[in-house]
Design a protein around this ligand. Structure first.
Ligand code: MN
Length: 224
């Protein structure tokens, strides 16, 4: 045993549908602009290649949590997304082999400080503080196995704000894994937020935001 100057924080874990064991989270990758209608609503060209940003693993929030309205923003936004959970290591993975790395799927909400993101874009600065803040990655229970095409719906206080089929993604999970694994080595425990469809918008104190994907448990969060 290595002696530590203070106890290491425990590994972040998520519940697994139908299993008592939990899923240990390593890194969180996120895809920008993966639905044409959302790229258009943000004023971007949807034909561009996918790009990636990250959130720290300890930004994970389990479904059903209440979180404080985050500091340093006046414009917290929801982004309902399919989350792919990686179960096998891989680098430079060909797209035809990429699905073998997938352990399961979850519904997720890529919470975003939209005002800080707009400022970062404007000033050509990194997105980290807009995307990777505390409690910014809401993730539902991870369901093992493949996912059939399903409807994604994101609602605020019961009213639907985002709705799409996950098959409308420009880059499929396999294509995302192929592209991402050219940049970094993927490892078991990695999560990939696969991008959000049109309809992103603000969350206010007291709101409950629920992301539902057919076949998966929902990812719900309440802003206290
Ligand atoms: Mn997103």
């Amino acid at each position: 045993m290595v002696a530590l100057v203070f106890p290491a924080l425990p590994t972040v874990t998520l519940p697994v549908t139908g299993r008592a064991e939990r899923f240990p989270v390593r890194r969180i990758f996120c895809v920008g602009r993966n639905y044409a209608d959302h790229a258009a609503e943000m004023g971007n060209d949807p034909s561009e290649a996918p790009f990636f940003f990250t959130k720290p693993a300890d930004a994970v929030v389990e479904s059903g949590s209440r979180i404080p309205y985050p500091p340093a923003t006046q414009n917290l936004h929801h982004e309902g997304e399919l989350v792919v959970a990686i179960g096998k290591a891989g680098a430079m993975v060909p797209e035809e082999e990429a699905e073998k790395l997938i352990w399961g799927h979850a519904a997720g909400n890529d919470l975003t400080r939209r005002d800080l993101q707009a400022e970062a874009k404007e000033r050509r600065r990194p997105w980290d503080m807009a995307k990777g803040f505390d409690k910014s990655a809401v993730v539902g229970a991870i369901k093992p196995g493949p996912l059939q095409d399903g409807r994604l719906r994101c609602s605020v206080n019961g009213s639907v704000r985002q709705e799409a089929s996950v098959s409308e993604m420009i880059w499929s999970p396999a294509a995302i894994i192929a592209a991402l694994s050219k940049m970094v080595s993927l490892s078991p425990g990695d999560l990939i937020f696969t991008g959000t469809p049109a309809g992103v918008g603000p969350l206010n104190r007291g709101d409950t935001c629920k992301v539902e994907i057919e076949g998966l448990q929902s990812a719900s969060v309440t802003i206290a």
